[in-house]
Design a protein around this ligand. Structure first.
Ligand SMILES: [Zn+2]
Length: 179
């Protein structure tokens, strides 16, 4: 599959398919969006919000939430604010998110099935890594979005003039509800 993508890439560049996407690294709308890596949102989210190349910074992870104030998503937001001129942040969860109800015990079991040894798993536990809460999903998407909005707006390194708001997108229609 990756070979097919590389083949497409060569044709895209050769036919100057990039010309209509040319822009700068600075987001024209001065907005950063934190959202989920869900495949249904790949084209739906920008289309439903009327976003074009160059408009916004989009930071994606599993669930579109931040659980650790010093993780890479939070770091990306600080870069977006201080280096790239972002002054508004949207946290967008979505309906039927795979991270909702995700169970750490099940994932650890899948890891064992894929050949990860119990020694590796217990070694991490001995190193103080709380695998169970790290791999655990959220129970309520709205609540998880609300907690992420709070975490961002109360972050000690986030300037007070940056506005953060939470939403849930319908994964089929793209309808955006405020949280
Ligand atoms: Zn999701």
């Amino acid at each position: 599959m990756i070979e097919e993508i590389i083949k497409h890439n060569r044709e895209f560049v050769a036919s100057k398919g990039y010309e209509k996407f040319m822009t700068s690294k600075y987001p024209d709308k001065r907005i950063a969006i934190v959202t989920c890596m869900d495949t249904r949102l790949v084209e739906l989210l920008p289309a439903a919000l009327g976003l074009r190349n160059g408009d916004v910074k989009i930071i994606k992870n599993a669930g579109g939430t931040i659980t650790n104030p010093f993780d890479s998503t939070m770091r990306s937001l600080l870069v977006a604010v201080y280096e790239l001129g972002v002054n508004e942040i949207m946290v967008i969860g979505h309906t039927e998110c795979g991270v909702q109800g995700m169970d750490s015990g099940e994932m650890l079991e899948l890891m064992r099935h894929r050949g990860i040894s119990d020694e590796h798993i217990s070694l991490m536990r001995h190193c103080g890594i709380d695998l169970d809460s790290w791999l655990h999903g959220f129970d309520d998407t709205g609540e998880a979005v609300r907690e992420t909005v709070d975490l961002i707006s109360r972050h000690p390194l986030m300037p007070a003039d940056v506005r953060t708001a939470g939403y849930i997108m319908d994964s089929t229609t793209g309808y955006l509800s405020s949280i």
